[in-house]
Ligand binder design. Structure first.
Ligand SMILES: NC(=O)c1ccc[n+]([C@@H]2O[C@H](COP(=O)([O-])OP(=O)(O)OC[C@H]3O[C@@H](n4cnc5c(N)ncnc54)[C@H](OP(=O)(O)O)[C@@H]3O)[C@@H](O)[C@H]2O)c1
Length: 268
């Protein structure tokens, strides 16, 4: 089978440095373009500490896509540039994996519409780990039985956005699921910000510290009992296999996709 041709944006980032070596090593995939700022102009293989591959890092997504034959653009960059990268791809009939968090929701919808028109898929995936995707499903099940819920999340303090994309998606899943009413919060005194960010009916408390990576606890509570759903991701390796499998699966979709149901079936 011919390899899937991939352009990667955010290539010099922490996730890029884990996913790109896997793209280069695995024969089912071919890196045909890469976008980043540091070391622009250098061969991407050398940037990853490998042999040269004949693909140079560029700062310009149009240059990366032009004549590359790309089928999928994988984006792990920054909200300020991710929209432009993903839009450029779908406008040229290239499918996208939108993994950057805190992208503007309206822009994401628009990218989905352009993708639909051009017959390609656009996967919006704020957490591409198995534990993240399972969390999204589990909270929907629990919300049907328990109405009181808060989220505590932690990431490294180099992260630009807060609350995390994972916690916002978790809150959205909880808010969209019917369940018992919440117990009224009686807090009146003190520092209101200590109660966290209010996202619909869910409060999110965010920690940003150097030694953290990707952590979240969703706490459901009712009188006399509590259920805690905790996810811990320790390094970027957890993103590699799901990201590459998503790049394959998205080729058989069209328009905006929020779940790829078989993403974690055990065939990789
Ligand atoms: N969906 C998921 O499962 C998942 C998992 C992990 C991370 N993420 C998200 O993915 C994104 C990247 O994460 P990361 O940990 O790899 O971040 P990172 O280490 O900070 O890397 C960011 C990348 O984006 C590039 N970049 C940043 N600002 C830019 C700008 N203004 N113009 C051009 N390029 C720019 C950086 O280029 P230079 O370094 O060359 O300047 C680098 O390649 C974040 O939004 C993060 O929240 C999502």
């Amino acid at each position: 089978m011919a390899p899937i041709k991939i352009v990667f944006t955010g290539a010099t980032g922490s996730v890029g440095q884990s996913v790109i070596p896997a793209i280069i090593r695995r024969p089912e995939y071919e890196l045909v373009g890469a976008v980043g700022r540091r070391r622009a102009g250098d061969d991407v293989g050398l940037i990853m500490g490998m042999d040269p591959i004949g693909v140079r890092l560029t700062t310009d997504v149009h240059e990366a896509l032009a004549g590359s034959g790309a089928q999928v653009l994988i984006d792990y960059s920054s909200p300020s540039v991710a929209t432009g990268y993903c839009r450029a791809a779908v406008e040229q009939g290239v499918a996208v994996i939108m993994a950057t968090t805190a992208m503007d929701r309206g822009e994401v919808e628009e990218i989905g519409r352009i993708a639909e028109r051009n017959g390609v898929g656009a996967f919006v995936a704020p957490n591409l780990t198995l534990v993240g995707q399972l969390t999204f499903r589990i909270v929907e099940m629990v919300k049907r039985y328990i109405g009181d819920v808060e989220i505590v999340e932690g990431h490294r303090n180099a992260k630009l956005d807060s609350p995390s994309g994972t916690s916002l998606e978790t809150a959205a899943r909880i808010n969209h699921t019917p369940g018992p009413p919440q117990t009224p919060d009686q807090t009146r005194l003190g520092m209101p910000e200590s109660r966290g960010a209010q996202v619909g009916g869910v409060r999110i408390h965010s920690m940003r510290m150097p030694s953290l990576f990707d952590h979240q606890e969703v706490i459901f509570s009712r009188p006399g009992e509590l259920l805690s759903i905790r996810l811990e991701v320790f390094n970027s390796e957890a993103f590699v296999d799901p990201t590459l499998k998503a790049a394959r699966l998205i080729l058989s979709h069209r328009g905006l996709v929020r779940e790829l149901p078989s993403l974690f079936d055990a065939d990789y």
